[in-house]
Ligand binder design. Structure first.
Ligand code: ADP
Ligand code: MG
Length: 277
């Protein structure tokens, strides 16, 4: 059967608009279903060739799908709102290269092989902002991300373990190319909390990426986590394929407050507590 056999339509045949709309719904083309009449009217008015009309519809459906996927991924990521790379002041952290961060925001070089990113630095230095901003950029580039405070995820995993569901809970996190664990070394953790965290690291090792922010350098982790051997093993896996960014700067908020007090005239990046006292 040739294509012309399968449709006996003649140009003069009447078109059942309701039926076309029904068929588009059945074909699961909701975006085309919503706009086809409007685009058809325009095509008729402007005398578009049939192929141009079809291309416009297909492009519209694809654009809508991309937008919906982005919104779904943004929703599930639970990013803190308002933190973007555009609003991140790179001059405040001269030791972090903007070019390197922009390369990380593309994702391919590290997320494809399950490599990690670790941001160290004192409170207020922009670790959460930068990691959320990176998360957003990665979602825009089609990756799936989950941002969570480490304590919140630990609580969830512990509940899962008590219900003998830890393995499936860890497996469910596999759908995220990147897991952002904010404040990894913040609270003192007991043995049970530590072990779910380290099982998570083991489960994702060399497969799925983790981004960790921490106020304490590795050297202090032995004091934070109760089990030395377990901590060493986890650190080993984390850093095996990792980029480490040290953000040893003074609190951004504090500096901003000092700059406000000093008024205009001073280059902002110079105004530290030291020269203000
Ligand atoms: P950390 O997680 O390291 O404790 P945050 O990322 O929470 O620090 O930063 C504290 C506040 O200062 C946030 O509101 C953040 O948006 C802002 N901030 C920190 N560093 C920068 C920066 N370099 N550019 C813009 N805003 C920043
Ligand atoms: Mg933080």
């Amino acid at each position: 059967m040739t294509i012309s056999d399968s449709t006996s339509a003649k140009p003069s045949d009447p078109i059942d608009i309701g039926r076309v709309t029904l068929m588009l719904g059945e074909l699961k083309l909701p975006a085309i279903k919503a706009v086809w009449q409007e685009i058809a009217a325009r095509a008729d008015k402007e005398g578009w060739p049939a192929a141009r009309f079809l291309a416009a519809l297909a492009e519209h459906e694809i654009a809508e799908r991309t937008r919906r996927r982005f919104e779904r991924h943004l929703d599930e990521a639970r990013l803190p709102p308002g933190k973007t790379l555009a609003t991140f002041d790179f001059t405040a952290v001269p030791m972090v290269s903007k070019a390197q961060v922009m390369a990380l925001a593309a994702g391919d070089s590290w997320l494809e092989k399950g490599a990690n990113l670790i941001l160290f630095g004192p409170p207020g230095g922009g670790k959460s902002h930068l990691s959320a901003a990176l998360g957003l950029a990665l979602i825009e580039n089609g990756w799936r991300v989950l941002f969570t405070r480490t304590t919140d995820l630990v609580q969830k995993l512990q509940i899962a373990r008590s219900e003998l569901q830890l393995e499936s809970a860890l497996a469910k996190l596999d759908k995220y190319h990147l897991l952002i664990l904010d404040d990894f070394a913040y609270v003192t953790k007991d043995q049970a909390e530590t072990s779910v965290l380290f099982e998570l690291i083991g489960a994702r090792y060399e497969r799925r990426s983790i981004l960790i922010t921490a106020n304490q350098p590795f050297g202090e982790w032995g004091k934070i986590f109760p089990d030395q051997a377990m901590t060493l093993a986890a650190v080993d896996r984390l850093v095996h394929h990792a980029t480490i960014l040290e953000m040893n700067v003074e609190s951004y908020r504090r500096r901003a407050a000092i700059e406000r007090r000093q008024g205009p005239g001073r280059p902002p990046s110079r105004a530290t507590t030291k020269n203000s006292s």
